[in-house]
Design a protein around this ligand. Structure first.
Ligand code: URA
Length: 212
């Protein structure tokens, strides 16, 4: 069994936090284990918990549509979540649940070695840039440990507020160019932490939305 498959097995059998008690099954992630782009959401919902696959409900349809819109298929990228088990009634993941699962997220990043990580919503954004406002940060790619982290709104935000769709679509349209840029920048590796400087100047006007 490959190291990656062993990680998937560990996620599927994890009992580190209370979310494991309420799950139908864990949702490790889906896509290419050698993907250049990794999408990180929040946590599985009803359908994800039922089928063991990430982003297959309504928010997932938005994500799949946005991917297809820039010529990518789900199989071309890797899609996962901050917590791998469904929080009851889709509540926000709690700090202890996020921290119990964070080793899995780190291991997935380490093994997949994506060039660009897209954070979807505030929980995955908070892993990389804790305490910052997603509203201000979205659409601005940043460096983090030799990787490009590109914060975006959560696709579910579009379902609650259709006005956000154009911002999310615009952020997606820049992805191919970011992959290209990241391919030519220095790879991740040991050494001092690079400053988390924005790669671009102020993008389109930030909108007020605290939920996502
Ligand atoms: N489905 C997921 O897999 N993750 C989310 O964050 C939302 C829906």
């Amino acid at each position: 069994m490959s190291e990656f498959d062993m990680l998937v097995q560990r996620i599927k059998t994890c009992t580190e936090c209370a979310l494991s008690q309420g799950r139908t099954q864990a949702v490790p992630g889906e896509g290419s284990p050698t993907a250049d782009i990794m999408f990180i959401g929040e946590g599985p919902g009803y359908y994800e918990d039922r089928d063991g696959r990430p982003f297959i409900g309504r928010a997932g349809n938005v994500l799949t549509g946005l991917l297809n819109g820039i010529g990518l298929r789900r199989e071309d990228v890797y899609i996962t979540n901050m917590v791998k088990c469904r929080p009851p009634n889709n509540r926000d993941p709690m700090p202890e649940e996020l921290s119990a699962c964070s080793g899995f997220m780190d291991a997935q990043i380490e093994m997949i070695k994506p060039k660009v990580i897209v954070t979807l919503g505030r929980f995955s954004f908070g892993k990389f840039f804790p305490g910052e406002s997603i509203t201000r940060a979205r659409g601005k790619p940043r460096r983090w440990r030799g990787l490009t982290v590109y914060p975006m709104y959560h696709p579910a935000a579009v379902l609650h507020n259709p006005n956000l769709r154009s911002a999310l679509e615009g952020d997606f349209r820049r992805l191919p160019e970011l992959i290209e840029e990241a391919a030519h920048s220095s790879p991740a590796g040991p050494g001092p932490e690079p400053a988390d400087v924005p790669l671009v100047k102020e993008p389109a006007k930030a909108r007020q939305l605290n939920m996502f």
